[in-house]
Ligand binder design. Structure first.
Ligand code: NI
Length: 185
């Protein structure tokens, strides 16, 4: 099942998401499959549960449809993740987000991230990721904390984007996938 993607302006994107258990939500394997399906049809490389209207600590990543060698084999499920440490030099990359279509901006993030999470089989994992893999994880993890990539922009850039963001929240934006807009009239 494909979920509509929640657009910028929806308060769910600003909440700190809650941890889950193997029993709750019901049918987690189906939900995970639906998140991959939703992400693929939107041509995203990451999708966090709040973006489909669920304030739970779960995100999926899949870079297999990109040309980026760093994430070509990067397909994973992260349940109840905690970032343990971010290290290395900050580097800039132009990010986008399925909840904020048409906007892309450079964001600085540390090169490495170490996190603890459960995989789809509820095995506890602790791993370090670098480069693009770290970047995708940091972006998706932020969604679970109620943070969006535009929050990192300087005040001037933020101000310049304001009217565009307001339009996005009203659904006045081009998008090639199903979305749900909080301020649509
Ligand atoms: Ni995003």
């Amino acid at each position: 099942m494909i979920y509509p993607i929640v657009a910028y302006g929806d308060p769910i994107l600003r909440k700190v998401a809650s941890e889950i258990t193997p029993e709750n939500p019901k049918n987690l394997p189906q939900l995970i499959a639906d998140m991959f399906e939703t992400m693929h049809q939107a041509e995203g490389i990451g999708l966090a549960a709040p973006q489909i209207g669920l304030s739970i600590r779960l995100f999926v990543v899949d870079g297999s449809k990109t040309d980026d060698q760093e994430i070509k084999n990067f397909k994973k499920v992260f349940i109840n993740p905690t970032i343990l440490e971010e290290t290395g030099q900050k580097w800039a990359f132009e990010e986008g987000c399925l909840s904020i279509p048409t906007i892309r901006e450079e964001v600085l993030r540390p090169a490495q991230v170490r996190l603890r999470y459960y995989n789809e089989n509820w095995q506890l994992c602790e791993e370090t990721y670098n480069g693009m893999q770290a970047r995708v994880i940091q972006h998706e993890y932020d969604h679970l904390q109620g943070i969006l990539f535009i929050d990192y922009l300087n005040p001037l850039k933020k101000r310049l984007l304001q009217s565009k963001l307001a339009k996005i929240s009203r659904g006045e934006v081009k998008h090639n996938y199903q979305m749900r807009f909080p301020n649509r009239k």
